[in-house]
Design a protein around this ligand. Sequence first.
Ligand SMILES: Nc1ncnc2c1ncn2[C@@H]1O[C@H](COP(=O)(O)OP(=O)(O)OP(=O)(O)O)[C@@H](O)[C@H]1O
Length: 320
Amino acid sequence: MEYSIIVNPLAGSGRAKKIWQQLQSRLNELNIVYQVVETRYHGHAVDLAERIAHRFASAAATHVVMVVGGDGTLHETLNGLIKANSSLPLAYIPAGSGNDFARGYGLSQDPMTALQQALDAQHPTLINVGHYYDAIKQEEGYFLNNLGVGFDAAIVSQANASSAKKRLNRWHLGNLSYLSQALGVLYNQEPFETMVQEKNGHHHLFPKTFILIASNHPYIGGGFKIAPDESLHSSTLELLVVERRNWLITFWCLRQFARGRLNHSRFAKCFRASRLHYVTTSLEFAQTDGEEMGSRFMDLTLDTCQYPFWGTSLKEKKFN
Ligand SMILES: Nc1ncnc2c1ncn2[C@@H]1O[C@H](COP(=O)(O)OP(=O)(O)OP(=O)(O)O)[C@@H](O)[C@H]1O
């Protein structure tokens, strides 16, 4: 196998740069054939992946696109590959701060072990990725982890905008800024109205939505289990809706979230389906795989499609 490697040197508050140096030594030791390119700006991995897809279009059996970075770089690379109609398998070495996809798939958090998992693979494993279409912006895209509107997205947006994050990043403490932003968002965020339409035509109205997250596998926010029953190997997505009631219930919900039990709480409503349709009626922040989608109204239809992944899984159950 040959590898095209996309490295985001800034991922994990700069940790990825050092991780890449270690990986590079190992690849050289093993005489693995690879070419590497570093991302230089936000969104660059989309363009790089598209270019790689076109260059190696006829080499899907012998060429792998490997990402060294966080969930955001992986997200961009996947979207670039799909945009280019590629079927080049995707491999991933977690070097970000959250690394939720690695947890969902069963990749080690240790980059050298994750590299070995990629090198050990004998064939691609088909995973399900989420696909969204927003009828308001007439925009579509793909996600590996989740798509959130409201609480989680406001945290991502505010943490990215805050100068505290940049300062904390210098000390490799970027995650602390998420915590402080979470408290701010909790205090300031107004509830919003959501309408979920089920396949059978049933409508559910949630006038005071607070959390609205569609998940493709269990993890969010660096290891919190938000959708414990979801899997990258099932064609379903799970939409979790939590309404804001009083402070006591809100803190109870956050406690259940931290314990991975929110989806079983009586204060949460879960929809699990291969196709989801929901609408929000006010301007709300949205995020997908931790990447900001901006503040917007949304009329979302979600489903899944398959993409080949390259790497053995630490999870016992083998799917392919
Ligand atoms: N050279 C660069 N300069 C500025 N931003 C960049 C650069 N390269 C990549 N990015 C952006 O950095 C953002 C964060 O990357 P990524 O998600 O991979 O790391 P992370 O946030 O540390 O990890 P995680 O998402 O797992 O917490 C992405 O939006 C990506 O587009």
